[in-house]
Unconditional design. Structure first.
Length: 252
């Protein structure tokens, strides 16, 4: 049963301080809940409307007992403009530091990405191309921000995301691991020589890679424009997608 206290608790999880305090976050909508139940992440609570349960109850595992909620009540809990029918409270996994094993493949490092949509799209892109590990500077937007969660379209549950001091992470890399930054100048991505692994740094939407981070790069790449009088730069998530595509294309 959903008491007033429980409803208030769920609403609070839309705020970062409460998510961090309780180590829980919210997943909304049928597609995201379906991705959730197919993952190993722990479901704490599910609330759904009578209409949603009538057509989708089989999506939920037997150990989950959903709480039925009126649509008007759900509208007070959701960030959606239209109530999504179902909402789940999920326990955050334990925080972990990236191990040396992640360097067996390419790794994306997000240096101060602040836009939730970009962050979620980058994780979805990494998942699509089979990159299992993404490292984020500590000031990158929070993984469990509702807009980030939604933009991942479920990839949140398949990609390992680590928050680190970016400078320390890069300084501690073995010498043989290249650190390649996406810049406005450098080696052309389609023509540059690449090894079997490396760290690819994507900078923030407004400032790019920070000077302190740039000093630790071993190589700079740029994505050539089709015409010289086009836009100044690419969206961070688009740049990440093109890099991921090119890395995997070379292995086909």
């Amino acid at each position: 049963m959903l008491t007033k206290n429980k409803l208030q608790f769920i609403r609070q999880l839309h705020q970062k301080k409460y998510r961090q305090q309780h180590r829980m976050f919210i997943v909304e909508g049928t597609r995201m809940v379906e991705e959730l139940v197919n993952s190993t992440w722990q479901i704490v609570e599910v609330v759904a409307t009578k209409q949603w349960l009538a057509g989708n109850r089989e999506l939920l595992p037997g150990y989950v007992t959903p709480n039925e909620i009126a649509e008007k009540e759900l509208e007070r809990l959701t960030t959606f403009s239209t109530a999504p029918g179902v909402l789940a409270v999920v326990r955050m996994p334990a925080e972990a530091a990236p191990g040396a094993d992640i360097l067996a493949d390419y790794v994306l490092l997000l240096d101060g990405i602040s836009d939730p949509g970009n962050m979620g799209t980058i994780l979805r892109t990494a998942d699509w191309f089979g990159f299992r590990n993404v490292v984020c500077s500590n000031d990158t937007v929070e993984l469990f921000n509702s807009k980030v969660v939604q933009a991942t379209m479920g990839s949140l549950f398949r990609v390992n995301v680590f928050y680190v001091n970016a400078m320390e992470f890069l300084q501690q890399l073995p010498d043989e691991i290249p650190v390649i930054g996406a810049m406005l100048s450098g080696d052309s991505l389609p023509k540059m020589e690449l090894g079997v692994n490396g760290v690819f740094v994507i900078g923030s939407e407004s400032h790019g890679i920070r000077p302190a981070t740039e000093r630790l790069l071993t190589q700079r790449l740029y994505i050539p424009a089709w015409q010289p009088d086009g836009p100044e730069s690419l969206n961070a998530s688009i740049a990440a997608a093109l890099i991921c595509y090119e890395l995997r294309r070379r292995k086909i």
